[in-house]
Design a protein around this ligand. Structure first.
Ligand SMILES: Nc1ncnc2c1ncn2[C@@H]1O[C@H](COP(=O)(O)OP(=O)(O)OP(=O)(O)O)[C@@H](O)[C@H]1O
Length: 256
């Protein structure tokens, strides 16, 4: 059981040029393991995440590649099937600033809708699952939060809600795109700890996108270093940190 990415290429066709945002990326994600994808801004990390989930929008396009989950080919999957798979088998946590929660729906409605769109449980069971998910991410008074709108919560609370939403259906693989970068350091540390704890409870594999090598040192089993759309180095985190082969990795480590 693995999420396997092979020779993925995703380009953005900008008016003046074509950006090869992802340019032949391959890796595997295994259950219970954390692979950190690092690299400077604009190197294509988010484009990888969006490609895996079928969320690339024009002017972007997946040019070629294979993404398979237990032998099922994701890139060729009809959109309704892919939507069903998202959340259940593969979930994503974005940075706060992008794709955040719907502003005019309560937290509870958004969580309950997510459950109902993926399973045949009753509304009251979905409600219970939602409150339980809010409790798991250690939000105080989950029932009260359930009835709140996103704007009534702090950034840290909203990010916890996003984690609760991603873990609601106990996905087997989790993609976290800089999930804590918009938060202050203390909140970042707490949320990261909670995310890792929950991930371990569920045995999920995780692709964690970050440019923070201190975070990588703490959570990664493996690290892949990306530069200009390509993975230039990939290996167990200790090996890569102690013995960087690519000059760019060395440069990244020196900037710590
Ligand atoms: N919607 C878009 N339209 C045009 N070009 C885009 C779009 N999204 C991304 N790109 C381009 O694709 C390249 C990769 O962007 P991407 O967001 O994947 O980088 P990143 O490594 O995630 O950066 P960051 O760490 O800043 O989030 C960049 O050159 C970017 O300008």
């Amino acid at each position: 059981m693995a999420l396997v990415v092979e020779d993925l290429r995703t380009y953005y066709f900008q008016p003046s040029k074509t950006v090869q945002a992802v340019d032949g990326v391959s890796f595997s994600l295994l259950p219970e393991k954390t692979l950190c994808l690092v690299g400077e801004s604009g190197c294509g990390k988010s484009a990888v995440a969006l490609s895996l989930l079928g969320l690339i929008e024009p002017p972007g396009k997946i040019i070629t590649g294979r993404v398979s989950l237990d032998g099922r080919e994701l890139l060729a999957m009809p959109p309704p099937e892919l939507r069903q798979l998202r959340g259940q088998d593969l979930a994503i946590i974005f940075q706060n600033s992008r794709y955040s929660l719907h502003p005019s729906l309560t937290i509870g409605i958004q969580l309950v809708e997510t459950v109902l769109s993926h399973s045949g449980v009753t509304v009251s069971a979905a409600r219970e699952m939602a409150v339980d998910a809010l409790r798991r991410v250690r939000l105080p008074d989950p029932v009260k939060i359930f009835n709140r709108y996103p704007f009534e919560l702090s950034g840290g609370m909203r990010q916890r809600v996003m984690i609760a939403m991603a873990l609601l259906l106990k996905p087997r693989f989790l993609i976290a795109d800089e999930p804590t970068s918009s938060l202050d350091i203390t909140t970042q540390t707490h949320i990261l700890d909670e995310l890792m704890e929950l991930k371990e409870q569920f045995g999920a594999g995780m692709l964690f996108i970050t440019h923070d090598l201190a975070v990588v040192a703490e959570i990664a089993d493996e690290v892949a270093v990306m530069r200009q759309g390509k993975i230039v180095e990939h290996g167990p985190v200790r090996e890569v940190f102690q013995n960087p082969v690519h000059p760019y990795t060395e440069q990244l480590l020196q900037s710590l």
